[in-house]
Every structure is written in structure tokens, then in C-alpha cells.
Design a protein around this ligand. Structure first.
Ligand SMILES: [Zn+2]
Length: 651
């Protein structure tokens, strides 16, 4: 097998639609591979199976191209597109590699990854335009600890090889070992499936409009100084002209170098893949013998979601044929068993266990070193599901591995039918991704709601049409003012403006409910001068820092907003708030847990929010305002807190 096998390489282009070099590179790469008789290319063709996806978000690519072409040669050339380039989740479309919520992710995982098991995945991106010209791995720490060490070294050698080839070709400004870490599986499905993830990030122009960058405007990034030669940035780019042809040149050279490494080291890649699988099948010392997900759990939505993630992630999940005891605990027949001696056990382990993110600092005693993404993904907390690690072997007959079950989303009765509250969600011309994720959840549940653009709010008389308006996490300035005049054509600028803001105020005073989440809390607090302050506002990061973690929250179960719960795990990200409330007229629905509320991830200064209010309700005139300090819908995964979001829609 090793003698005959080919290295399987998957290249994915332009998941982020404004990073337009990727799609252009796909066409040129295919042409060169198909038409050249260069011996290096012949070697690639003989030794590599290449799966190439020219765009992971073709709808978004179309939007971006049409938007750009509309304004070429005008004052708005290269202007930002005023809506998310993935209909629901925008730039977060590469944060969906374990939740598998979107069609594009599902198709890529089931039809490409799980069908072909690539040993190398090259994910082509663009970054900001004022630093290095291209980034390749190594990634900086931390690497999530369930990833096989032989993938870390595989990524390191391949990234360094690509950097070496480009530098040898005279391409300046290649940086390695900066900026990007390898912690969250949300960006790296392949790291749990025996494949090396090679991210490349090429400097952007203004979409397809070239830029001229003087040397003094070039800045470094994390781990390098763009004006200085260093071990991981040995040939600084001096500045000058940079456009789409340069971007495509760098990207194609990177992809060719990757393919040539895959071809030359064909046997290494196959052996590496085999040995990673062999170690997983033998089991790691740090893994339990099995995980058991007990049957008969209360949260059906969460249960189905967890099983779906594991099964779609190519993990064997098998139902127990009868009741059994393991690890001193009894489980009913039909409980799901995940034996941890299987090829993709690391995926199950990272998704089910608690994350202990390392306490990394910029320097000893200094501020925290910012993670590239978030620090927790423990599904049992996010999805309100019980999953039990057991160390002794599970002695029960198991059925066949399950297929991924469908989502099981059921709307609360009060939100269905002719008497249901009339709900609207603001879709600003600066729509935050969280709002898109929330539209996705509402659509999955079949909730009837309207989408409000700024002009719809400015038109006023909102009470005639709505009972509840939702503002997802968006700063007060962005809600009020959105894009400044001159940045975009006038119909996309100006935000709600004074008229929109006062229409929203009237809406609440006349009996409407406003639901404001995270950053949008500041807008609602300002608007009604509410006696609520953010206890962690402007604290230095040494004293308080939560870069995306899961916390414990206590709820007042007698409050209808608590959806009958007395405690839950919640998602707390960088935009989280913790409220000091002095006025007894403000009802506290939820409080962060006492002591250190951390359940999974990383928290500095947890005591700063311990016991502080996490969700409150204030009456204003005939209406009310509900403020969420945490994100009740984090990336479509927080099944545990969706009931709180839905309760907030029922005034
Ligand atoms: Zn990108």
C-alpha cells in the first residue's frame, strides 16, 4: 500500500470572499498542472492526488465581485461590502469546522475530508496589507494537546519548506512562526483527522485594486518586525507596488511548493498518516477507555447536536444494546458509547473534555498573550448534555456506528401561531456576525421574524408591526452611525441616526421589548439612562481577561426569562459584560457563579465578575429592555442558552 499510494492533498481557496486572490490562483494552478511538461510538475502529477476547491463560498465570491465591479473607477472603488459575505455567518465561515452548521462546511467535511482523508490540507487566505507579504506555518503556541505531535512536526517542516522555496525564488517578505496558533478545532478539522493544516495568508491589496505602500507604512505583526531581518522573517519586503498579480504569484508558488513537498515525500506523508492512526487506535494515556453519552437526556436538541458533531466528524459512536455499568455508573440501554481506541478519537476527546488553556503571557508577570481565536469548545457545557469518561472497558454489546442525526430544533409553543409575539432583528449595514448566526438559529427553528434595515427603523411606528426587536452584539457607535459619509454610497451610511434612535426609544416606551446583547447593551443603557454599569469595563487585561470561555451562571428559576433553569453554562467572549445593578427596579435574571465561574477555557481575574449580574430586565415606560452580558447564541452552538434567548422574545 505504501509503495503504491499517493499523497492526498486538499487545497481550499477563498473561504473568505473578499480575499479574492485565492479563486484566481485556483484557475492558474489548474492550468499549470494540466498543461506543463516541467519535470517537477510531472512528479507532482505522478505522486499526488489533488482535490481542489476553487471557492469554499461561491455565493459570497459572486457578491464581492459584483460589488467591486459596480464601483471600479468611482470614488467607492474597493469600498467594503455592507453585508456579510456568507449569508449567515460572514468571516466566521472558517470557525464552523466542528459544529458543521453551514451547508458549505457539511459538504466539504462529508464529501471531501471523510471520503478522501487528505494527509495535507492547504487553506489559502489573505491578511492585512501592511505587514509581511505571506505567512506560512509553523504556528505559534499553543497547539491543542490532543493533536498528534507528528502533525505538529509535519506542519512545521512543510511550512518551512514552502517558505524556503519562495525565498529561494527571490520572493521577499515571507514570515513563519508568527500570529496564528493551533488551539481551536473550529479552524482545523484536519488536525483531528491525521492531516496537516497549512494556512497561508498573503498580504491584501484593495480587492483587485493595487496599492503603493511606502516603507514607513509597513508594520510588523506578532513575532516579527517588518523592518528588520530575523530568523523567521529573513528577507523583508521593502515596500512599493502590490496588486492582485503579486498576490496570485505568491499564492501559486506556495501551493506548488506544497505539492512538490507532497510528491517528493510521498512515503513520509503516508507513513505519518498511518502511524497517527495507529497511535490513536492503540489509545493515548491521557484518554479514557471510552466516553458514554447516557440515553434519555432531557435536552434532546443538545443530545442530537452532540451526536451529529461526533458522527459527522467520522467518530464511531455506537448504541449499547442493553443497560450496563462502567466506571461505577449505570447506563440505560441505548446509551451511546465512543470507544477511544479508534482513528479519530482525538476529535471526540477534544470536543467532550474540559479545556485548560495555558496561562501564556507576553513576558513573565505581563499581560496575557492573546489567543488567535477562543479557548473553549466543551460540547457537554455548550449543549447541556451529559457525557461521561470511563476508564475501564465497556462490557456490553454495541450496535453499528450511527449516521449523523438531523438537527432537532423545536420552537417554544409561545413563539408559534397567530398570537406569537412579532419579532424583528436589526440588520445594520455593519451587521455583526453574531446577528447572522442568530438569523441562522431563528431560521433553523422556523421562527417568524422580520429583518430591519436602518431605514425601516427610521420609518418609525414600530409598535404597529413588532413586539420585540433584537440587537445582536454591536457597538453603540456602529448601531447609531454605521459607516461614515463618503465611505459608501449614501444609502448605506449613517446607521439608525437620530430618527432611528428615537423611533427605537418610542417603541420601548409604547410597550415594545428591546433585547440587547453584549456590545449592544451600551446602546440600550445610554438610550434609557439605565442604572446598570459594566463592572469589568476598561480593566487592564492583567487584571481581567476572558478571550472566549465557558462560565457558570446561576439563574432565578422563578423568573419567566430563566426558562425554568436554575443554573447553566454560558459563553463569555471578549465582548462580554458583567453588571453592577443598584436599582431594585432592575430585575436580575442571572448571575455569574461565585468564586471563579470558569468551567472551560481561560479566565484571568474571574473574581471580578463572580456574583455580578449576567442578564437583567428593566421596565421602561410601558415596555421593557432585556440585557445579556454574555452571548446566548455563540456561533450557533450554545444550545444550553438558546432557551434564554427565546424566553427574551416573549414579553
Ligand atoms: Zn481569511
Amino acid at each position: 500500500m505504501l509503495d503504491e499510494g499517493r499523497t492526498v492533498v486538499l487545497i481550499t481557496h477563498q473561504i473568505h470572499s473578499t480575499e479574492v486572490g485565492g479563486g484566481q490562483t485556483a484557475a492558474r494552478l489548474a492550468y499549470d498542472l494540466a498543461s506543463s511538461n516541467d519535470p517537477e510538475i510531472r512528479r507532482i502529477l505522478d505522486n499526488v492526488v489533488l482535490l481542489d476547491i476553487p471557492s469554499l463560498n461561491p455565493d459570497g465570491l459572486q457578491w464581492v465581485v459584483e460589488w467591486y465591479r459596480r464601483f471600479v473607477g468611482t470614488e467607492y472603488e474597493g469600498a467594503p461590502m455592507p453585508w456579510l459575505y456568507h449569508f449567515y455567518i460572514g468571516h466566521d465561515n472558517n470557525r464552523d469546522w466542528y459544529a458543521f452548521t453551514q451547508k458549505e462546511t457539511q459538504l466539504t467535511v462529508t464529501k471531501v475530508h471523510n471520503a478522501w482523508h487528505p494527509q495535507i490540507v492547504h487553506d489559502i487566505h489573505q491578511m492585512g496589507g501592511t505587514g509581511a507579504r505571506i505567512f506560512f506555518p509553523p504556528y505559534i503556541d499553543p497547539w491543542e494537546h490532543n493533536i498528534d505531535p507528528a502533525l505538529t512536526t509535519a506542519v512545521n517542516q512543510l511550512g518551512m519548506y514552502m517558505a524556503a522555496v519562495l525565498t529561494e525564488q527571490g520572493k521577499k517578505g515571507v514570515v513563519v512562526a508568527g500570529q496564528y496558533d493551533a488551539f481551536t478545532p473550529a479552524r482545523a478539522y484536519q488536525h483531528y483527522h491525521a492531516g496537516a493544516r497549512i494556512l497561508s495568508e498573503t498580504a491584501s491589496a484593495r480587492i483587485a485594486t493595487p496599492v503603493d505602500l511606502p516603507a514607513e507604512r509597513i508594520h510588523g505583526g506578532r513575532g516579527y518586525d517588518a523592518s528588520k531581518r530575523s530568523w523567521n522573517f529573513p528577507d523583508p519586503w521593502p515596500g512599493g507596488h502590490w496588486g492582485l498579480p503579486d498576490i496570485v504569484d505568491y499564492m501559486e508558488s506556495g501551493a506548488m511548493a506544497l505539492l512538490s513537498n507532497a510528491a517528493k515525500n510521498r512515503r513520509y506523508w503516508l507513513e505519518n498518516f498511518y502511524h497517527i492512526g495507529e497511535r490513536a487506535v492503540t489509545g493515548w494515556d491521557t484518554w479514557p477507555a471510552a466516553w458514554v453519552i447516557p440515553a434519555g437526556q432531557a435536552n434532546r436538541t443538545g443530545l442530537r447536536y452532540v451526536l451529529r458533531i461526533l458522527a459527522m466528524g467520522d467518530v464511531e459512536v455506537r448504541p449499547a444494546r442493553r443497560a450496563f455499568t462502567a466506571g461505577g455508573r449505570s447506563f440505560p440501554a441505548g446509551s451511546w458509547v465512543i470507544p477511544m481506541r479508534q482513528p479519530y478519537a482525538s476529535f471526540a476527546q477534544t470536543m467532550l473534555e474540559v479545556q485548560h488553556y495555558p496561562d501564556l503571557r507576553e513576558y513573565p508577570g505581563g499581560p496575557p498573550r492573546r489567543p488567535y481565536d477562543v479557548t473553549a469548545h466543551t460540547l457537554p457545557f455548550l449543549m447541556d448534555v451529559d457525557a461521561v469518561p470511563v476508564d475501564d472497558s465497556v462490557d456490553v454489546e454495541l450496535g453499528e456506528p450511527i449516521d449523523p442525526p438531523a438537527f432537532d430544533f423545536r420552537l417554544p409553543d409561545a413563539l408559534e401561531g397567530p398570537d406569537a409575539p412579532r419579532v424583528a432583528v436589526l440588520k445594520s449595514w455593519q451587521e455583526p456576525m453574531a446577528a447572522g448566526w442568530t438569523r441562522w438559529v431563528f431560521d433553523q427553528y422556523g421562527l417568524q421574524y422580520d429583518t430591519l434595515h436602518d431605514a425601516d427603523v427610521r420609518a418609525g411606528n414600530l409598535n404597529d408591526r413588532y413586539d420585540v426587536i433584537v440587537l445582536q452584539s454591536q457597538s453603540a457607535t456602529s448601531i447609531r452611525d454605521s459607516y461614515r459619509e463618503g465611505v459608501l454610497p449614501p444609502e448605506y451610511t449613517g446607521g439608525l441616526g437620530e430618527r432611528g434612535v428615537s423611533a427605537l426609544a418610542d417603541f420601548v416606551r409604547n410597550g415594545g421589548r428591546l433585547v440587547a446583547i453584549e456590545r449592544a447593551v451600551d446602546f440600550a443603557v445610554d438610550l434609557f439612562d439605565l442604572p446598570v454599569t459594566n463592572a469589568v469595563d476598561r480593566l487592564p487585561p492583567q487584571d481581567f481577561y476572558i478571550p472566549g470561555s465557558i462560565l457558570q451562571v446561576e439563574l432565578d428559576a422563578s423568573d419567566p426569562l430563566a426558562a425554568g433553569r436554575s443554573e447553566t453554562a454560558v459563553w463569555y467572549g471578549r465582548a462580554g459584560r458583567a453588571f453592577d445593578v443598584s436599582d431594585p427596579n432592575i430585575r436580575v435574571v442571572a448571575r455569574y457563579g461565585e468564586g471563579n465561574p470558569l468551567l472551560s477555557g481561560w479566565v484571568l481575574g474571574g473574581e471580578k465578575i463572580a456574583g455580578k449580574a449576567a442578564e437583567v430586565e428593566a421596565n421602561v415606560g410601558k415596555g421593557s429592555v432585556v440585557l445579556f452580558g454574555f452571548q446566548p447564541n455563540y456561533r450557533g452552538q450554545t444550545v444550553a442558552t438558546w432557551p434564554l434567548l427565546f424566553s427574551a422574545l416573549i414579553p
